[in-house]
Design a protein. Structure first.
Lengths: 461, 476
């Protein structure tokens, strides 16, 4: 029985005392006869296999005026391939409980196939077909387009989505990072079959591919499968370069007026790159800022003042820029006070840094919680795919706890001072705070935003 | 891919985004059955999917262990057999409110914040309240389980309610209600539909409560509820992950063994009368840009009303509307293009009654009356023509195969076994479910569906934007 163990145990005296013996995660590099590489984690708990794959590119590779192309491709790859039309293809997937999900994200195009061993053979064939012979039939395209339009409509009623859309405008303007990955009603209408074929041929290629696999499959079994599934993809991708980001979106307060009982508040400032030497220190800092109960913002806003049900923060990363964001929902009446309290806490942490206890607690949580994500083949395969695509190194899982536990209070104080920039914070509010409570320099209504996304007419992108 | 509408059947605490021998140990193996009918591949001797062991403490606490060594991690779930449907009239929301308060101080640990302690152990935790259960769960490294158990055991009988915390937390749950319901038109519609669907049974009352009653909940209300319901003999502990039986048994005995049993509790709720007429709820909201249509039917439950029909209904609804190959999707979306999305699913997470939810989003230019007539036509046609043998085979294959994925998770078996035992069934009922599904015949599925889709036992809900904001037709 192959277990998720290596022959090495990651043992640090401190780690052993605080988090217990961690097992090293054994990741094998598997290279097919045709030269396709996958990172494999063999597990035995369930008779399933998950193959996670990704291509660099994503929505930023859409053509201007045709935003939403990558997303439509993702919707349509399992809507008919080879000799199987949409109904037939879906029936094969559904009746054999084969779980094939494909997504277009901002800078990547990813997917995961999960199958039982029982139907694995057919599952691999279907994935191969989907990636290499998608049909893009007219009726399937129409259906997918209508479905995406429906999704955009649904999104325009969601304050989270509205906040993200307006921030994308402020932060990026016309830059591809600011394009809506679903497109707008107008751009969707402009996308034709030729655009889908062009995107697929240009982005889904072997030199652009990362594969990660977890489940009850051996390296010997996997190697030939890689050629079988991915071998017929074109050899090389042609990606358009993404221009540099030139906007400086700081010190803005944006109010999107939307009636309702609650407001959504999102604040953003510059972040830190994943390969920055202080990245792990920054993770500890972020956890202290708003990781959960016991964090600065959670305590100040929820526990002490009951202003909100929750607040969270985190780093986001694009190839070219990085952000630190905090977000919360609260009654409209509470927004002004919450924003004031938030700025004060942000400044305090920047100026004085955390206590030793806060650092110790954050280290314990972050190092201990990391393996908690590795409890299904999907979780493992997607994390390992992520590691490959972000160049985090094959030892990232084992290295993570070590890096976190090496962070000390002095490091966090220094990084808090350097990274936390309350003077630059931009705030986006979607809601209806009392008139005069918020001084915004950008004002619009949720209705105006929705109209723009849904109106057929002159493209704004 | 179709997605089902938001149906709040349980509330989690944090926002961030399935028969017992007392004092004995029984090991069960879940085996996938040979197919009852000729399927594409006959099941040979498949190894067992789950390794399940159970035991009961002298104080009545039932314990289930599902071993899974995919990672050195365990998922620890304490299921209390009490939920929103057990609340005293006038105190809606008290079960969920108490769930919040359970994270505060105890006699032994007056200053504790439960979640902070779990985080110090490198773990994650949360809780949720449904109509029939309140569940507290943690995920943590295996070698931290004993410490987590000590914390969970401490608050089973040791909670010390504090007035300041009660008042602050009451504000928090009111904020939560605003966020979940007032700020989300779909949830607001669901609340109205539930209230209309259930004429007598407490499933018609929202789990979070009615705002005016929530605002009036007191410390005494919470204390009384806690004293009545939180006891080891009214609880089921499910542990899933990388731990062995002997080690677990010692740990459980040490943590929970000394807690005295409480009174034996019988739950009884006012049940539904014969319902005599269909209901409609229509909401207009200027925050939405599309029309959505949904109909909920009261249906059998695996644990309650007409439980003998539940498996057949699972197969029938699978064919009617579970995915893109279903009758509803193929007819409304693919062939007639009346909807951009359509389907049906059978909700079985509640104890006394299940629900069948049928949903559709009309295409541009299609009015609700046309859409509804089309849905009714598919249902009528299905009931008249019945199911082809290959449809039944496919549905059974899909349901049974999909059950395999439960073993690729720590939380899925936790929920399945926790729910089953809390609702009065046993471990063996979970394990024979694939057999029950495999044994369903076409006539049985049809009969169950016909009995369940009784329009008089339903509510139809429509959510639409104001006239002025209806989507204009978009030409591709």
């Amino acid at each position: 029985m192959t277990r998720l163990t290596g022959t090495l145990f990651v043992i640090l005296a401190l780690a052993l005392a605080l988090t217990g013996a961690a097992r090293a995660t054994e990741i094998q590099r598997v290279v097919s006869p045709g030269g396709i590489e996958a990172w494999l984690v063999e597990t035995d708990a369930a008779p399933v296999v998950t193959i996670a794959f990704g291509f660099e590119g994503g929505a930023v590779q859409d053509a201007p005026g045709r935003q939403g192309t990558a997303n439509l491709v993702a919707e349509l790859l399992n809507d008919g391939a080879g000799d199987l039309d949409a109904a037939a293809f879906q029936e094969r997937l559904n009746s054999l409980a084969i779980d094939l999900r494909i997504d277009a994200r901002r800078e990547s195009f990813t997917g995961a196939l999960r199958t039982t061993l029982r139907h694995a053979d057919e599952a691999y064939d279907l994935l191969h077909l989907a990636l290499t012979e998608p049909r893009f039939d007219g009726d399937a395209i129409d259906r997918a387009r209508a479905g995406v339009l429906d999704e955009i409509r649904r999104n325009t009623a969601d304050p989270d989505w509205l906040a993200a859309r307006v921030w994308a405008d402020v932060a990026f303007g016309d830059h591809p990072y600011g394009w809506p990955s679903r497109g707008t009603a107008q751009t969707l209408a402009a996308i034709g079959r030729a655009d889908l074929v062009e995107y697929t041929g240009r982005v889904l290629a072997r030199d652009n591919l990362s594969v990660a696999v977890a489940g009850r499959i051996s390296a010997a079994q996997l190697a030939p499968l890689l050629d079988r599934i991915f071998g017929d993809l074109p050899a090389t991708a042609t990606l358009r370069a993404v221009p540099p980001v030139t906007t400086e979106p700081w010190r803005n307060t944006v109010l999107v007026e939307r009636q309702g009982a609650q407001a959504r508040l999102v604040v953003t400032q510059p972040g830190i790159a994943r390969d920055d030497p202080d990245y792990f220190t920054a993770l500890v800092l972020d956890h202290i800022l708003a990781g959960s109960f016991g964090s600065r913002l959670f305590d100040a806003l929820r526990v002490e003042r009951g202003l909100t049900y929750g607040i969270s923060s985190g780093f986001s990363h694009y190839d070219q820029v990085d952000y630190l964001t905090a977000q919360s929902d609260m009654s409209n009446d509470n927004v002004a006070e919450a924003l004031e309290v938030l700025r004060r806490e942000w400044t305090l942490l920047a100026d004085e840094g955390p206590s030793a206890e806060e650092v110790a607690d954050a280290r314990l949580y972050l190092s201990g919680a990391f393996p908690l994500d590795l409890t299904s083949t999907r979780d493992i395969a997607e994390l390992v795919r992520f590691m490959r695509m972000q160049d985090l190194g094959i030892d990232y899982i084992d290295r993570f706890a070590e890096e976190i536990l090496a962070v000390d209070q002095g490091d966090v104080r220094r990084v808090a001072n350097a990274v936390l920039r309350p003077d630059l914070l931009s705030a986006v509010i979607v809601g209806a705070p009392p008139s005069g409570a918020i001084e915004a320099n950008v004002n619009l209504t949720a209705g105006e935003l929705a109209d723009r996304e849904l109106a057929p007419g002159e493209p704004s992108l | 891919m179709p997605y089902p509408p938001y149906c709040p059947g349980a509330l989690s605490k944090r926002a961030r985004p399935l028969g017992f021998a007392l004092g004995g140990v029984l090991a069960f193996m879940l085996a996938l059955p040979a197919m009852a009918q000729s399927g594409p591949e006959p099941a040979d001797s498949e190894p067992p999917l789950y390794q399940v062991e159970t035991f009961t403490l002298d104080n009545g606490l039932r314990v289930v262990l599902v071993e899974n060594d995919i990672a050195p991690v365990v998922h620890h779930m304490m299921w209390y057999a009490v939920g929103a449907a057990d609340e005293p009239p006038g105190q809606s929301g008290i079960a969920h409110f108490l769930e919040h308060l359970m994270f505060k101080g105890t006699t032994a640990r007056p200053d504790i914040d439960f979640s902070i302690e779990v985080r110090r152990l490198g773990g994650r935790d949360n809780a949720f309240t449904s109509w029939d259960a309140t569940v507290y769960h943690q995920t943590v490294a295996s070698d931290r389980l004993a410490e987590v158990m000590a914390l969970e055991a401490d608050r089973m009988r040791g909670l010390e309610l504090n007035l300041d915390e009660v008042l602050t937390e009451r504000d928090v749950i009111l904020e939560e209600r605003r966020q979940r319901i007032d700020n989300d038109p779909n949830s607001a519609l669901s609340v109205q539909m539930d209230a209309a669907l259930f004429q007598n049974h407490p499933y018609g009352t929202p789990i979070i409560g009615w705002a005016h009653e929530m605002a009036a909940l007191t410390l005494d209300d919470a204390q009384t509820f806690y004293d009545a319901w939180y006891a080891p003999n009214n609880a089921v502990l499910v542990v899933v992950g990388d731990i062995e039986l002997d080690g677990l048994r010692a740990m459980v005995e040490r943590a929970y063994g000394a807690i005295p049993a409480g009174e034996t509790i019988e739950r009884s709720r006012p049940m539904e009368p014969e319902q005599a007429a269909p209901r409609r709820v229509e909401m207009i909201d200027d925050r939405v840009r599309r029309v959505t249509w949904r109909r909920d039917y009261i249906a059998p439950s695996y644990y309650g009303w007409r439980m003998e029909e539940a498996a057949a209904l699972d197969v029938a609804v699978e064919i009617l509307g579970a995915n893109t190959s279903s009758r509803l999707y193929q007819d409304l979306v693919v062939e007639r293009e009346l909807a951009s999305n359509a389907g049906a699913f059978y909700s079985t997470s509640n104890r006394d009654y299940g629900q069948i939810i049928v949903y559709a989003t009309p295409s541009d230019g299609v009015d609700v009356a046309t859409l509804e007539a089309a849905v009714d036509a598919v249902i009528a046609d299905t009931l008249e023509r019945g199911f082809a043998e290959h449809e039944i085979d496919n549905a059974i294959e899909r349901l049974v195969t999909a059950a395999t994925y439960g073993a690729d998770s720590l939380t899925s078996p936790g929920r399945m076994f926790g729910r089953s035992l809390t609702f009065g069934l046993g471990v063996e009922d979970v394990m024979t479910w694939p057999d029950d599904i495999s044994a369903v015949t076409g006539p049985q599925a049809l009969d169950a569906l016909a009995r369940a889709l009784d329009i008089d036992r339903s509510v139809t809900g429509v959510l639409r934007p104001p006239e002025s904001q209806q989507a204009a037709e978009v030409r591709p």
